[in-house]
Design a protein around this ligand. Sequence first.
Ligand SMILES: Cc1cc2nc3c(=O)[nH]c(=O)nc-3n(C[C@H](O)[C@H](O)[C@H](O)COP(=O)(O)O)c2cc1C
Length: 731
Amino acid sequence: MTISIWRYSHLTLAISSFFFILIASLTGIVLAFEPISKKLEPYSIENLDTISVSETIISLHKKYDEIISLEIDENDFIKTSVITKEGNNDTFYVDPITGNKLGKPSKKKPIYKFATNLHRSLFLKSTGRFIIGFVSLLLCLIAVSGLILIIKRQGGFLKLFSKVIKENFEQYYHIIIGRYTLIPIIIITVTGIYLSLDKFSLLPSQKINHSIDFEGQKKSTIIFPENFLLFKNTKLSTVKSIEFPFSEDEEDYFLLKLQNKELVIHQYSGAILSTKSTTLTDLFLHWSLLLHTGKGSYIWASILLLSCLGILFFIYSGFIMTFTRKKNSIIPKNNIKKDTAEYVILVGSETGTTYSFANSLYKALLENKQKVFITSLNNYTTYKNCKYLIILTATYGEGEAPINAKTFLTKIKNDAINHTIKYAVVGFGSMAYPKFCEYAIEVNQTLQQQANYSPILPIYKINNQSFDAFKYWAIELGKKLELDLHLKQQVFKVNKQYKLAVTENTNINCDNTFLVHLQPSKKIKYTSGDLLSIRPKEDNIERLYSIGKVNQKILLSIKKHEFGVCSNYLNTLNKNELVTASIKQNPSFHFPKKAKEIVLIANGTGIAPFLGMLHENHKQVKTHLFWGGRTEKSYKIYSKFIEDSIEKKQLHNLHIAYSQENTTKQYVQDIIAVNEEVIISVLKNKGCILICGSVAMMNATFKVIEKITVSKLHTPIDYFKKSNQIKTDCY
Ligand SMILES: Cc1cc2nc3c(=O)[nH]c(=O)nc-3n(C[C@H](O)[C@H](O)[C@H](O)COP(=O)(O)O)c2cc1C
């Protein structure tokens, strides 16, 4: 079964029961406080396993005329009903050793009464009870389908608790909280269903019937109850309740309810007249009540409370995820028939973002007066006049097709075309996954093997939905097609914008690189490794720069590109000029707080976040920096930051590779290979490796590290990536 069937079921169940689940969780939160507050009352009796029923009867008889009943609840409070020496009926919590009255049982507070009624039956009596029971079942199914989704997403049951790749806040915490609340939620729902079945008398009969033969009983000598052997040997910890004989009639008896059985006891001889074990139905009912309500345990009640809060978060995050997916997945309405189109855009998407890219390409082609048809990959069919097939697709699971592309490969393999079609494939994926853009690669390979298909451009892979990268690809496509493809980004959400003043802007060096120092106009939260998002007025396209935090200022290292709108804009800024930008938190690329040894690897401008991290390495954690640049002059621009860190013992080893300095070119991966002992020691000692810079450098570095981990640590590099010991921020 595909992930999407489970996702569909999860979503449908959640939407259909959302309102009732919301009420049940809100009231559940209120009700969870009841057992907690009860537990805080001062009536709990300790060491019930050392006090016998006899001792209790003796002490109560000393103080009161008659005992009617004794009850021990889940909080170890002992409630008794007595007739006092003054002849009055009284019910209170009692101390079994002294017989002293401890306090009166309090009445249920109105808020709890209200919440209980709403929680149990929505104030609708039997109909409400039925709805709530049914909703418990739905919630249980939602939890189970959620579990299956997580297992599928993580790549198997054993990886259930392995690292979750963060796509966005809602998705990430939906999974993280889901993993921890899953078992309590299943317990809440199963016990809820059981309690409902009981209310509708759908459980096997649970009444215990004692049959007592009083005729067969001999007239016995009178023994006082406190001297009954059974009462002497029975400790209060095993007792649920005792009903005392109502009158002196010999046919009136003691009814002793223990945790696992019920006994009828002759009131004069102490003989056991009948014993019946508690039925399984009764036992389950008892446990269902305790587990569903949290009675008797404030730890469990607190877990129930947190689970209800978790459910509220699932409602919120589920809603946001669905809404975003729906908003992203809008395919424009085609205004021509499929067989008229010369351009066909096929989209493979699961959560919808690829559609927004496809839409901007579709609009750009329309603006160029081209005949375009757009649809999803699964809808692929014949296109009579198609000259160009453009495929934009995401990758899911472990390198698999997204939901709306599952049938595409089979279809295209079985479809012979009799005219030439030029094609281009763009893969959307994330480098955080081992099989980066794998499905797009498969699509591209399949097209390569099909007769009559020829590529316009080689496959192009986009990491983390970079619109910049897509725009660049569109320019290349435009050149081939002799069209001006001006893509406009759909902007959904712009983070909070801040004004930053330029405090320093260096001259460009031999590599066209410069440093900008920016001072936020008010206090904002950021750290080295976070990203600064700038949208220049010219094109409003977001550019992301990795931040180094140095002396409470933002340090950016930027390479000026000849036609780069943003890099040229930043390069022309003078001191005190203001830049408008926002911060994108990037917690997966912060300086590790706990690692004992750290390796930082960068090339070119990728060093910027590391300059900040070294500057803030106040604990002087052992740190090695590997940097690759072109020449010694390239290094100059960073030297004062690095030398300062070495002096302050915030950087312990520096390794530099120059690619243009000597006759033999040296790259950062080469100096890593000759310093393999550093990599081994860091990975072995649960240290961390951070890589920042170009994707080409990252891939070359991965190859070298993989060789080291396999040969020296007998572990594939993926293990360290998944355990977060290797982190990247590459572009
Ligand atoms: C559960 C899950 C699995 C993913 N697996 C991969 C993968 O194996 N390879 C990859 O490159 N990207 C993977 N991605 C990233 C998506 O392909 C990427 O975020 C893409 O831009 C999403 O596009 P969409 O919103 O159109 O579905 C995965 C994302 C998720 C949520």
